[in-house]
Ligand binder design. Structure first.
Ligand code: ATP
Length: 227
């Protein structure tokens, strides 16, 4: 199977400071790959390099098996959606306006995300953090992306909201989207992931299936503490 999005031997950083080195990663249609690791391991940097938001200094990023150097804006048109902890919504616009500018079918969104139904005419900035993130995911997914790159969607949100967000991500993968998920909640991430990459000090420290990772969960979580 050809991966929708992948990186072969990618290294990247900020200015002259290298952060990630020699990362190999591939996300196939229909699967969730969880990118785990301690703070500062380089998870966001990997995601940004794959998204085209950060140049790679070595290696290649591929889309549908072909090398790409397209910038973030063009990758969005190629079918890549990026959702980050920063809630990709316009806070000053209503929920309905947020959905309209993303060309979403409001009826479908309400059917798929009933928690937004009563808030269509509220400003996004007045929603709870969880509702804002559901809105961001709805905007990202309703345009039927081929790949979803999700960076710590659930940061600071209540456990049941995290579960809801991750279930939504899993459903998208089940419908064929290639999902790369950066997530701090290891247990919850392993619950929905197919494969796992653990980053440490900017390199892939371990990679395997989610069931293999579940068996090593204590070790993976331990690596978070030791940094
Ligand atoms: P976290 O869970 O804390 O977000 P992470 O694994 O996503 O961690 P990155 O955010 O990729 O890690 O950060 C990796 C390293 O790169 C860190 O040392 C961080 O300080 C540094 N870094 C991140 N963003 C920048 C930036 N814009 N400019 C300079 N250095 C940065």
């Amino acid at each position: 199977m050809t991966a929708v999005i992948g990186g072969q031997g990618i290294s990247a950083g900020y200015g002259t400071v290298p952060v990630i080195s020699d990362i190999d990663i591939a996300v196939n249609p229909g699967e969730v790959v969880a990118l785990l690791g301690p703070n500062g391991a380089g998870k966001t940097t990997t995601l940004m390099a794959l998204a085209g938001a950060l140049p790679v200094s070595t290696g290649e990023v591929s889309w549908d098996g072909m090398r790409t150097v397209a910038p973030l804006s063009r990758r969005a048109r190629m079918g890549m959606s990026l959702v980050t902890e920063e809630r990709s919504v316009f806070m000053g616009l209503t929920v309905r306006q947020n959905l309209r500018i993303a060309h979403c079918d409001i009826g479908k969104v309400v059917a798929n995300y009933p928690e937004l139904a009563d808030h269509l005419d509220r400003k996004a900035g007045l929603l709870s953090g969880g509702q804002q993130q559901i809105l961001a995911l709805a905007r990202a997914l309703e345009r039927k992306p081929r790949a979803l790159l999700a960076d710590e969607l659930s940061l600071g949100l209540a456990p049941q909201v995290v579960t809801r967000l991750l279930e939504t991500v899993r459903k998208a993968a089940d419908e064929g989207v290639a999902v790369l998920l950066v997530e701090q909640h290891v247990h919850k991430a392993l619950h929905i992931a197919d494969r796992v990459c653990v980053l440490r000090h900017g390199r892939i420290d371990w990679t395997g299936t989610a069931s293999q990772a579940k068996a090593r969960r204590a070790e993976i979580e331990e690596s978070y503490l030791s940094g």
